[in-house]
Design a binder for this molecule. Structure first.
Ligand SMILES: [Zn+2]
Length: 306
């Protein structure tokens, strides 16, 4: 079933900002993604919150549940206290398309319990780890496991066509993969456009060996303040900012909702001075008509079945 996006009165376009809070497998020497966030990435996430506050917007974080078993979750409490939102990203970064839907059920239940016990949160929207090329189409047991655990919404269907036809095509991502309903009633809000991980670490990777070497030696460890990424060219960050501004411009011109997905860890490595988020928020603020910048939960309020 199709879903219509109804923007609030007076709003020209909307952006739903979210970050998947995790220690990405792509930066792990042992290839394991988990939620035990190292302190510099915790600090980076808080610096994103600081930027958001300067523009009077809230951020949405999806967190891997095993990180909620850490002794100190003070940074998460601060993220919440500052008006931002935390939702589930499964317990172990389990793909939502997993054939083991019973494990999915167990993971979602456990993460819901941890979110409640540690943060007093009830998660209502689930972000699918890694994204799914075909969403959860044909996976009704998985959809039911998600619904059973209290979620009405999922955001996992990803755009595999990015990077195939130039910047204009990429910037038009908000016009592709629109929200829809699965046969079970679960609602999909797809991930639109580039994820930072795939942009910097695949699309803009010019030295795979340097990436592999760094990951084996230094992955999941803090980088020095003057560190420069050895697997991308110097202009990778400029390209990232240009793409995101172009996608916002496209959403604005066409009156669309745009749902990008990013990671604090990727930005910590590739945007250490935190340039992209302020540039995007500044561009949104500079538009003549109102741009609604908010969380994925805000965006869900704009959806209605057709
Ligand atoms: Zn993830």
């Amino acid at each position: 079933m199709k879903i219509r996006v109804e923007l609030p009165d007076g709003v020209r376009c909307a952006v739903a900002l979210s970050y998947d809070l995790e220690m990405c497998a792509g930066y792990s020497p042992v290839g394991i993604n988990h939620g035990r966030i190292m302190p510099p990435v915790q600090e980076y996430a808080l610096s994103l919150c600081q930027t958001a506050e300067e523009f009077n917007v809230q951020l949405h974080f999806f967190h891997v549940g095993n990180g909620l078993e850490e002794d100190d979750v003070g940074y998460l409490e601060e993220i919440l206290r500052r008006g931002n939102v935390v939702d589930s990203h499964t317990y172990s970064h389990l793909r939502l398309g997993t054939p083991d839907f019973k494990k999915l059920d167990v993971e979602l239940e456990l993460t819901n319990r941890l979110l409640d016990e540690r943060l007093g949160c009830v998660s209502t929207v689930l972000r699918g780890p890694g994204g799914e090329s075909n969403g959860l189409n044909g996976l009704e047991d998985n959809q039911r496991a998600i619904l059973t655990n209290g979620f009405r919404w999922v955001t996992c269907h990803k755009d595999d066509t990015m990077g195939t036809d130039g910047l204009d095509y990429d910037a038009a991502a908000p016009s592709r993969l629109l929200p829809y309903t699965y046969p079970t009633g679960l609602i999909e809000l797809p991930i639109q456009g580039w994820m930072d991980r795939s942009y910097f670490d695949s699309f803009k990777c010019v030295d795979q060996e340097a990436y592999d070497d760094w990951r084996a030696e230094h992955g999941h460890k803090p980088v020095p303040g003057d560190w420069k990424c050895p697997w991308t060219d110097d202009d990778a960050l400029d390209g990232w900012i240009e793409y995101n501004l172009a996608a916002l411009d496209f959403a604005y011109e066409n009156g669309l909702l745009w749902v990008p997905t990013w990671h604090p860890y990727s930005h910590y490595l590739h945007d250490p001075q935190n340039r992209m988020l302020p540039a995007l928020l500044e561009r949104a603020r500079s538009k003549p008509e109102k741009v609604h910048v908010g969380t994925v939960r805000d965006a869900l309020q704009m959806l209605s079945p057709v």
